[in-house]
Structure formats: structure tokens, C-alpha cells
Design a protein around this ligand. Structure first.
Ligand SMILES: Nc1ncnc2c1ncn2[C@@H]1O[C@H](COP(=O)(O)OP(=O)(O)OP(=O)(O)O)[C@@H](O)[C@H]1O
Ligand SMILES: CC(=O)N[C@H]1[C@@H]2OC[C@@H](O2)[C@@H](O)[C@@H]1O[C@H](C)C(=O)O
Length: 401
């Protein structure tokens, strides 16, 4: 037997596994590496987050990814070369983290690598008549590169199973949130404010009959970041939302932005920077006569857009939003202006950080992929009472030899 297959078989039967979850999201800020010890599998899985780091992308890395990122037309040659190159880059970033943490690669059981989403094409968003009704999503960073370079068995390409099972390839947060963060006594919303915002609704396990579900809601930071990039290229983002806090929301621009049919489409739904792009913003500015709007007012309006689209999606799900506990994660959890706008709109809800549940907000998505890999190796297929449920055992396995 291939010794790596034997190791996988052995790992699947252990009471716990040490898994490094890797996530590089749509903001292109870097690679999140979460070294996790996962005890058990399925309901009752217990997580210990041993180490966490975000390895920032250099300008050069961001530049290379942007050659293809969310672009309908790219050089096929460039794309082909980027796939293994990113896999190698991520492998080296993982090795650097392990070295800094004094953890030998042989002491890590699995890598769970999300890869870099470069194009998300749910059926309602792409314009290809030959593929009407078809969902697709593409992540780069070949898992074989990670396995060969680190010597660690690697799971990658998690979203394809979801597409194959009829989903849009996202959000995958549903199952991980359910396993780790469900409560017997409290209905919860897990709100992630990354480039794109998404939430998972977790009903109270004891007595709630509502289904679990996850959905994207629209932009969180992606348009804020692109406004900063074009007006203040020396800044990476608007620290704490301080510039936005000094601006005024422009009602006309906000209306033009909210006019997009995505916001009224039924839940669950997914999206990406392919839709919420500079072109989308430009069109709304042209329509509302706000091309000359100053940066502060633009940021204030885009912050309001993010908060409004999250609260609208919650209203779509629940009608008047009940007094829910909303646990916030992602980079937007550091944006006080965005959080204040959200709290104003969700006045009955308690908005707090996922830190309160033992998951640091910046680590949550990387942890999610460690959980998904743990299920794929040790778990059994489970039917969730979930709307738009993902295929729960997902990811492709790359062996180091
Ligand atoms: N201190 C801060 N103040 C304001 N905004 C911040 C701060 N830290 C991070 N952000 C915002 O959060 C973004 C990164 O968030 P995150 O890493 O959660 O996104 P992502 O995982 O790349 O996106 P997605 O979840 O959509 O794939 C940054 O680009 C920035 O806009
Ligand atoms: C295609 C893709 O990469 N989607 C991401 C993105 O970032 C946030 C939102 O859009 C979410 O749907 C998803 O990631 C999280 C981890 C998910 O699948 O749950």
C-alpha cells in the first residue's frame, strides 16, 4: 500500500488531528494560516487554535494575482503558470510559519488549502449563453505543489464538490459554523465581513425549527478597498474606518448602488468582486451624478451600502430582524465605522466578535477549512437540516509522493 494512503487511513481513526487551515480571500491581503488541533469529528468536534498568522502578500504577489483576478478575459498562459506558482508560494509561506512556531512539518497531519479564488461564476452572475444555469468557481494554488514541497498530505479545491452537488461553490461556512459554533440555547448569526460579506444562521439547537443556511449579502470591504486604492494608493485600507467616519452618506449614490438586482434576489446567493467592481461603482456614480464625490463621502456611502445590504439580507431571511446574537469576523470586524452603521440598522441585535466564542475574527475562515478537511478525512456524510446545503465531505487529496 502507498504509505501515504496508510497514513491517511491511520489519521482518520485517531481521536484528534493537527491540521493547518490556509485561506487567502478576495481582499488579497495575504495567506491566513491557522494551526489547529481538532478533536473528534461531526457534532461535538472540539477545536484548539494552536497558532495563527497572516503572511502578507507583497505588492508583486498582488500584482501577479490581479493579472487574472475577477477578469473575464486573461492570458491562458499566465493563468496556467500562476496555478503551480501560487501553490509553491503558499507552501513556502506555510513552511516559514511552521519554522517560526518551531513545529516540524512532520508534526502536522494535514494541510487544508482553500487557494486563491480568481473567478466566481454563479449562474445568475455570468453572461455565458453556452453555460446558462451552470455554476462554477476557480481557485488557484495547486495542492500537489503544497504536498510535494511540505511533505504534508494536502486537501484543496474544496468548492468543486459543492458545485458538483448543485450549489454555487459557496458559502462553505455552513457546515463548519454548525459543527463548531452552534448553541443549544441561543440562535446565532455568524457574520463574516471580508471582501464580500456573508452570514450563517444557526438556529438554537434545542427548539428552533428554522433551517441552517449561509448566504453572501454583497460587498463588505471590496469597494472600500478599491476606493482607497484609487484615491490614496499609499494606504492599504481605511484604518478603523476613520476616513469614512468623517464623510457624509450621499443618498443618491446609495440608492443607485442598491438598485442592483442582486440585493433583491432570493437567499441563499453568492457573489464576488466580478460583480462588485470598480465598473459597478462607476456606473452608479454616473447615474447619480457623483463622479466628483470626495473620498470621505464616498467611503461613508460605501460603508452604508455594506451595512444596508447585510441588514436587508437579514430582513429577507427573518422579516423584522429579531433580537439575534450576531458574531462578527473578518477584517471588517476592525472597522468601527462599519460596525456602528450595522449596529444602528440592527438595533435589536447584539453585535459582538467571534472572539467571544473562542475563534479570533481574523482566523475564522482558515479554521473553517481545517474543519472541512477534518470531516473529509474522519467524518461521515451527514444530512443537515440546511437550505442550499453543501456537500459536506469536500476537498481533493494530494499525497506527498
Ligand atoms: N484595521 C482595519 N481597519 C479597517 N479595515 C480593516 C482593518 N483590517 C482589515 N480591514 C479590512 O478587511 C479586509 C480584509 O478582510 P479579510 O481578510 O477578512 O478578507 P478576505 O478573507 O480577503 O475576503 P473574503 O472573506 O471575501 O474572501 C481588508 O482588505 C480591509 O478592507
Ligand atoms: C468563491 C469564494 O471564494 N467565495 C468566498 C468569498 O469570501 C466571502 C464570501 O465570498 C464567501 O462566499 C466565500 O468564502 C467563505 C469562506 C465561504 O465559502 O463560506
Amino acid at each position: 500500500m502507498n504509505p501515504h494512503v496508510a497514513r491517511l487511513y491511520h489519521l482518520a481513526q485517531q481521536p484528534s488531528r493537527r491540521i493547518a487551515g490556509l485561506m487567502s480571500g478576495t481582499s488579497l491581503d495575504g495567506l491566513d494560516v491557522a494551526l489547529c488541533r481538532l478533536h473528534g469529528h461531526g457534532p461535538g468536534t472540539r477545536l484548539e487554535l494552536e497558532e495563527f498568522a497572516t503572511v502578507p502578500y507583497s505588492d508583486e504577489v498582488r500584482h501577479r494575482i490581479r493579472q487574472v483576478f475577477a477578469r473575464p478575459q486573461v492570458s491562458l498562459e499566465y493563468l496556467t503558470l500562476l496555478h503551480p506558482w501560487l501553490g509553491r508560494l503558499h507552501a513556502d509561506m506555510v513552511l516559514d510559519c511552521l519554522h517560526a512556531w518551531q513545529v516540524p512539518p512532520a508534526a502536522v497531519d494535514l494541510l487544508a488549502s482553500h487557494g486563491q479564488t480568481v473567478f466566481h461564476a454563479p449562474h445568475h452572475q455570468h453572461q455565458q449563453p453556452d453555460f446558462q444555469g451552470q455554476n462554477a468557481t476557480l481557485q488557484l494554488g495547486d495542492g500537489d505543489q503544497l504536498a510535494i514541497r511540505t511533505g504534508i498530505i494536502t486537501l484543496s479545491d474544496f468548492r468543486q464538490k459543492h458545485v458538483a452537488a448543485g450549489g454555487e461553490g459557496a458559502p462553505l461556512a455552513t457546515y463548519g459554523d454548525y459543527l463548531l459554533l452552534s448553541s443549544l440555547t441561543e440562535a446565532r448569526v455568524l457574520l463574516n465581513l471580508g471582501g464580500i460579506a456573508n452570514f450563517t444562521f444557526l438556529p438554537c439547537l434545542q427548539n428552533d425549527v428554522l433551517p441552517i443556511f449561509s448566504t453572501d449579502t454583497g460587498p463588505a470591504n471590496t469597494l472600500l478597498d478599491s476606493a482607497i486604492r484609487s484615491h490614496r494608493p499609499e494606504l492599504v485600507y481605511d484604518e478603523g474606518g476613520q476616513l469614512a467616519a468623517t464623510g457624509q452618506v450621499h443618498a443618491g449614490l446609495l440608492t443607485a448602488l442598491l438598485d442592483h438586482p442582486f440585493f433583491a434576489a432570493p437567499l441563499p446567493k453568492t457573489t464576488g468582486p466580478e460583480l462588485f467592481s470598480a465598473a459597478y461603482l462607476l456606473q452608479a456614480q454616473e447615474l447619480s451624478g457623483t463622479l466628483a464625490l470626495g473620498l470621505e463621502d464616498l467611503l461613508a456611502t460605501l460603508t452604508e451600502l455594506s451595512a444596508t445590504s447585510v441588514s436587508r439580507a437579514l430582513q429577507q431571511a427573518f422579516g423584522p430582524v429579531p433580537a439575534l446574537a450576531v458574531y462578527v469576523s473578518g477584517g471588517g470586524a476592525h472597522n468601527a465605522t462599519l460596525l456602528a452603521a450595522l449596529q444602528r440598522k440592527l438595533s435589536f441585535c447584539r453585535l459582538v466578535s467571534t472572539d467571544l466564542l473562542g475563534v479570533p475574527p481574523d482566523a475564522k475562515e482558515a479554521v473553517l477549512f481545517a474543519l472541512l478537511a477534518n470531516e473529509s478525512v474522519a467524518g461521515t456524510p451527514t444530512q443537515l437540516h440546511a437550505a442550499g446545503a453543501p456537500a459536506v465531505l469536500c476537498g481533493k487529496i494530494s499525497l506527498p509522493a
